[in-house]
Design a protein around this ligand. Sequence first.
Ligand code: S3P
Length: 449
Amino acid sequence: MSHATKPMTARAGAPLSGTIRVPGDKSISHRSLMFGTLAVGETRIEGLLEAEDVLATAAAMKALGANVRHLGPGAWSVDGVGVGGLSEPETALDFGNAGTGVRLTMGMVASHALTATFIGDASLSRRPMGRVLDPLRDMGAEVLARAGDRLPLTVRGPETALPISYRVPVPSAQVKSAVLLAGLNAPGVTTVIEPIPTRDHTERMLIGFGAHLEIEQAADGERILRLTGQPDLKPQAITVPGDPSSAAFMIVAALIVPGSDVTVRDVLLNPHRTGILKTLEEMGADISIENVRETGGEMLGDVRARHSRLRGITVPAERAPSMIDEYPVLAMAAAFAEGETRMLGLHELTVKESDRLAAVADGLAANGVPHEKGDDWLTVTGGARVNGGGTVTTHLDHRIAMSFLVLGLASENPVSVDDGAPIATSFPDFNDLMAGLGGRIDIQAEDAA
Ligand code: S3P
């Protein structure tokens, strides 16, 4: 999944206006294919995100034995093999840039008596895998890795996995989900204790597919999940709601480009994902949420954002899990907010597709935005005008690319990114949708890879 680099440049122009839909949620798309694989019978998916990350998961599920078919735009069918029914893949599973895909699939494989090798691109090969491999080893999996717990590596599952009780040491939905997915094929009860709650799509989908999962909410906010292993999962019909992390780029663009008025329809409003909306509202953003409804166990609604005079605030560390992927684009809103925006509790940002704390700070520096960064915090001092004019290094990180292109739509001088190709990992329609709203983003001639 290596590709030619695609430099891109965004420049200010007319106000952004219109009503759009963004593609399906990435977290739910990965999980729909995985749970479909672990159910017996045909799961039908509408609105699947057809981006590189999710297509890598679709290919992996095929390699593990599911019959995965593309029926039409966003429409997919998965004939599952059932819990315990995965087969050994013939070749390495290539997850490209996809952290969620690789970590959750490691969980699935770790409790099946088979061997699978995991590979990925340069970004994924730098990311820590020990956070999922540690509990999977406790469950009986063996791991063969050349370079610490980094890709490429091979996981061999035991004949019978041990159900464990695991306290998740970092706030990570991926770690929680890997243990729960492994627990599906362990006899007995697998317990996951989450001191700081993270996105709960795995729990909702486990229940939706018919697993027995008890959720205890302790008074101090800690969540205890008890999953009974080896259930018969029932195939489902799933409609994937719009990805709030993709919608965030369009919403922030509307807030900072003068005169804009943009509505994003059918956005997932799961409370573990809406930290960015709360934060922007606290900054004075004119955002309204209409047509809120529930579908398939998740809330969704239409989000309207209009150009606003923003002001700096402190974003508390406790909010980080509910907006972990949105800090890069929040920093762009902060560049246009009067005064200081302080973002705290950002340690997890350093182990994403890139070190996002460093990449954001470098990009702000290249575009003349005053800021200060610490080990796990960032302060941006904003104002009505941003100079722009810089070229930002994206480090194979889709969200760094999209964030700085959004900045360029409102800055005095155009903003360039060295490589916008990674946008295809999560939001292939980004440029077209932005152009439809009136945004000016040019793609320069492609360099050889
Ligand atoms: C995801 C969880 C988050 C998030 C990622 C998707 C998921 O990662 O950053 O984009 O689908 O479970 P962590 O759980 O590692 O924080």
